[in-house]
Design a protein around this ligand. Structure first.
Ligand SMILES: [Zn+2]
Length: 137
């Protein structure tokens, strides 16, 4: 049960998450439209299409889509947890996540301790020794 958050707060967070989901869905639709439009424009001009520019545009689009897709997954997971009354509890240690943290980052599924621990181990995997230590010193 999500009992450390009141209904009003949960409604606000759900609204926020649903708005983000709508924005992300619209964004990826728009990105697809842009790709399609670009292809149509290039159709009539023979070899006037600058292929490297087109290639660049496409990879930017794909990167963006990838990032958006990841965020969309997070938003959906948060919404699922809202539905099942698990929202607001850390996925890792089951401790309640403070309301302020949820309001700042409604997609978060971890308490600050677990999140930092995960970031530290991700950072270690990325083989960039010392970088985080410098920031945290
Ligand atoms: Zn935790």
């Amino acid at each position: 049960m999500t009992d450390h958050l009141n209904d009003e707060t949960l409604d606000d967070l759900r609204e926020d998450l649903e708005r983000r989901r709508a924005e992300l869905t619209n964004n990826s639709k728009r990105a697809l439209d842009d790709i399609r439009e670009g292809r149509e424009r290039g159709g009539g001009g023979g070899d006037s299409v600058d292929e490297s520019t087109e290639e660049q545009g496409r990879s930017t689009m794909l990167r963006l889509k990838d990032r958006e897709r990841k965020l969309l997954t997070k938003v959906n997971r948060a919404l699922e947890r809202l539905e099942s009354d698990d929202y607001g509890y850390c996925l890792e240690c089951d401790e309640p996540i403070p309301e302020k943290r949820l309001q700042a980052r409604p997609v978060t599924l971890y308490c600050i301790d677990c999140k930092e621990e995960r970031e530290r181990s991700e950072e270690r995997r990325k083989t960039r020794p010392g970088l985080m230590d410098d920031f945290q010193a």
